[in-house]
Design a protein around this ligand. Structure first.
Ligand code: TXA
Ligand code: MG
Length: 349
């Protein structure tokens, strides 16, 4: 199959909508990451999605809608807390886990009794769903085990020959996948951190929990609330370490480690902030240290770049865990197998 990449014009969106109606798959932009979309009410389309991604069949897909009016037929209930989150944060980078209705095929929900619903902010995504006339199931459009795609080019790298069309709407603004929030109970539980932060949820609901696995590696026997947690997440080929602590300590420690590893013959790259001086050592930018959203938007492309450059060691600056920083550290942490070094450790207490 030949894979075409087309700018997300009204004509291209109409063509993509037709493909979705025919049961085919389309690479689609969203504000978080690019998705691999198919008709969410069609079990065969769902099977094609799992096949194109090489994804395990027990990891459920998120169902995307173009407006809240499309949701009632897809779920059995909308609890009051869920309703408040929808009002506050949709359209936007948030997926709500709700009790699923029978029209959602078991292939989409991976046999679970719940379904993840998302109303994306990206205009082209919403136009596509509206024109297709059906909700669209879409996981991130990477091959399983690769970083999520934040440009149409990334989708092409992973899906060339597997799908007929990719809609190109430029780089994704948020850059990390949506916050997945279990909204089936009274207190929302964040299963995957993203652009809608615990602080934002707390502000609206007055209570929030963050799943314990967000900042720790999974151990044998752990029970997970979201199937996605149990799969090995993308890790670059480079041995990756995160350095946290006071900024001058972090920069010093990274430079020292860089030189030691280079002397051993390793190919080393730094994932670091623009304001910090690494003395000419190879740095892939995470943007401004004052704007953690830039690190979110750049992280997945930076991880792809590490592999392309053939780096064997990656040294990353940590991001503060507040706000979107939790999502950045969750993805960076997984890429590093949660190898996090405290550079203040030698300090007086
Ligand atoms: O930003 C996003 O969410 C992107 C764009 C395309 O919308 N999509 C995305 O989908 O990241 P995916 O399939 O790569 O990640 C969905 C995550 C998985 O970790 C999955 O286990 C979890 O959401 N999930 C989906 N349905 C669930 C459910 N019913 N209960 C618990 N977790 C669920
Ligand atoms: Mg994914």
């Amino acid at each position: 199959m030949k894979t075409q990449v087309k700018k997300a014009t009204p004509e291209a969106i109409a063509e993509a909508a037709q493909l979705i109606r025919e049961g085919q798959l389309v690479g689609m932009p969203t504000e978080t990451v690019y998705g691999l979309g198919g008709n969410a009410l069609d079990a065969e389309a769902a099977k094609r999605i799992f096949e194109a991604k090489g994804r395990p069949g027990d990891n459920p897909l998120i169902v995307h809608v173009s407006c809240v009016e499309e949701i009632p037929p897809l779920v059995r209930a909308i609890p009051p807390a869920a309703r408040r989150l929808m009002d506050a944060f949709w359209p936007g980078p948030m997926t709500l886990i709700l009790p699923k209705a029978d029209c959602i095929p078991a292939e989409v929900s991976a046999g679970l009794d719940t379904v993840g619903i998302r109303l994306p902010a990206n205009e082209a995504a919403r136009a596509l769903i509206r024109e297709a006339g059906r909700p669209i199931a879409a996981p991130s459009a990477n091959r399983s085990g690769r970083p999520s795609p934040t440009t149409a080019q990334h989708v092409f790298e992973d899906m060339d020959g597997r799908i007929p069309l990719i809609l190109d709407d430029g780089p994704c603004e948020v850059g990390v996948e949506s916050s997945v929030i279990d909204a089936t109970g009274d207190v929302p539980v964040i299963l995957r951190p993203g652009g809608i932060t615990p602080e934002m949820v707390q502000e609206v609901i007055g209570g929030v929990r963050v799943d314990e696995h967000v900042m720790s590696p999974l151990r044998e026997g752990d029970v997970v609330r979201s199937p996605g947690m149990k799969y090995k997440h993308y890790a670059p080929r480079a041995k990756t370490t995160i350095f946290e602590g006071e900024q001058t300590h972090v920069v010093e420690a990274i430079c020292r480690e860089y030189d030691e590893q280079t002397a051993r013959g390793e190919h080393v790259a730094i994932l670091g902030f623009d304001e910090h001086d690494f003395g000419g050592r190879l740095r892939i930018s995470l943007g401004s240290v004052h704007r953690p959203q830039e690190a979110a938007a750049r992280l997945f492309a930076a991880l792809r770049e590490l592999d392309e450059l053939g780096e064997t060691v990656a040294l990353c600056e940590a991001v503060d865990l507040s706000g979107i920083g939790l999502a950045v550290m969750n993805r960076m942490g997984r890429a590093a197998g949660f190898d996090i070094r405290d550079t203040d450790a030698g300090d007086e207490p």
